[in-house]
Every structure is written in C-alpha cells, then in structure tokens.
Design a protein around this ligand. Structure first.
Ligand code: FES
Ligand code: FES
Length: 132
C-alpha cells in the first residue's frame, strides 16, 4: 500500500539523530495518538544547513520525516515555511489516503521549530503540541 519510495525512506530514514549544538530544538507531539518528533535545526545566515530528528510513529510518519529533512536542508527559513504536507506527499510518490494526515507531523514539526527560532525562543525544551 506504500510507494517504493515511502518504503525506502521507512527502511533507511535519512538524517535521523540529534544535533549537538542546534539553532533550535523542539518536541512536537500529537496528543491524539502519541506520535511525536524531536526536531533539531541548524540555521546559518538564514539557511537550514542541517536537520536531524527522532520520530515515533508509523511508516508514513517516518518516511515523511526523512524526506522532509532532505527537502528542507539547503532551504532558507522563508522557503521552508512554505513547504506543505502536500509537497511532501507528492515527493514521496503519494501516501494511502488514510495516512496522509501522518505527513502533518514532520511538516508541522519543521514549521513549529522555525517559528520558535524566529521568535527568538531557542530553548531546547520548547514543546509544541498539535492535533490533527
Ligand atoms: Fe500515527 Fe501515522 S504517525 S498513524
Ligand atoms: Fe497520529 Fe497519524 S494517527 S499521526
């Protein structure tokens, strides 16, 4: 039911891990189901130069986190804020309809981290919750 690319990212997720000295780090969770991401961003001169994450979730959540990290590294903060879950789903070659909401998790976490960064609140403990 998953595309080949989804399975490939699920089996070998890119950029998993932590950053030692992130520009911003947040936990982004979904209280409705317990799925959650820890996101670390390195931002230099307005450009995302690194993104790492730890994700708890289904195959779709893992694959979307992986491809979101690939898509966001190299973008400016402004460009990354324009990424949509639809962009991510298209880049993955589609998701089963009942799994599209799982793509909210990674894109939502990325944008929440960027908003925390832009607000100047770079405490690693920032916790953002989002329903879906
Ligand atoms: Fe919970 Fe996909 S992350 S079902
Ligand atoms: Fe929670 Fe899909 S059920 S993200």
């Amino acid at each position: 039911m998953y595309s080949k690319l989804v399975m490939e990212h699920f089996n070998q997720p890119r950029n998993v891990g932590y950053l030692d000295n992130p520009s911003v780090a947040i936990q982004y969770g979904d209280p409705a189901c317990g799925d959650c991401l820890l996101v670390f961003l390195k931002i230099e001169q307005g450009i995302i130069t690194d993104m790492k994450y730890k994700v708890m979730g289904c195959a779709a959540a893992i694959a979307t986190a992986s491809i979101t990290s690939e898509m966001s590294i190299g973008l400016t903060v402004e460009q990354a804020l324009e990424l949509t879950e639809k962009d991510v789903v298209i880049a993955l070659g589609g998701l089963p309809p009942q799994k599209v909401h799982c793509s909210n998790l990674a894109v939502g976490a990325l944008k929440a981290a960027l908003r925390v960064y832009l607000a100047g609140d770079r405490e690693p403990e920032a916790v953002i919750n989002a329903g879906h």
